[in-house]
Design a protein around this ligand. Sequence first.
Ligand code: ZN
Ligand code: FE
Length: 255
Amino acid sequence: MPLEIVTVPCLTDNYAYLAHDAATGATAVIDVPEAAPIVNALHARDWHASHILITHHHGDHIDGVKALAAATGARVIGAAADRHRLPPLTEEVREGDTVRVGMSIGRVIEVPGHTVGHIAFHFPDSGVVFTADSLMALGCGRLFEGTPAQMWESLGKLAALPPETLVCSGHEYTQSNGRFALTIEPDNPALISRVKAVAEAREMGRATVPSRLGEELDTNPFLRANLPEVKRSIGMEGATDVACFAEIRARKDRF
Ligand code: ZN
Ligand code: FE
């Protein structure tokens, strides 16, 4: 049985997620920007947090971990590489390690770039990946610690997952990401219609995440830096994929 996924808005534009295994009652919380909205979302469903999965060390993803762990007794799981800057971990994980949430097995994917210790959690049987600030809806995280080459490789690992995979990312940045994406590919019909749908969703106050990996592959400029039409559009025909990715990321930083 696939995990049931709930998106929980936190702080001003962060998202945490609940992943609930109905067969066993196990419930993972992915990132804890603040405890209160997550406690409320759990209570509303009569769910109990059994696991806290941390994607990376930034405060807007971990500041509520200690409080939630104390209130629930949940196992806290995070990257071994970041143990020195994460709340106390019950379990440290690395690339390829698995985490079990009830009957569901999640696989750890190391996705350095935004930070060097950033990880994603992929649950293949549920077709869902928790990417936080690595792959984002129509975007990717800013390169605070990693290099463009690292982030390009990280995005490549995520891009290789099945296209129907649900991408659960960490922020409501999609609308401004879309405005930027149109500067790279103004004539991409899939992008134009997605930007329109995103504007409608925001007008209704709806979250624009999770998204489908397939639609990211069709519209997210950071996944498309290897395509001839994108290289041409940024005036970098013949440049390497990494150089084009770095240029698109640099333009976004100035946008
Ligand atoms: Zn971050
Ligand atoms: Fe963040």
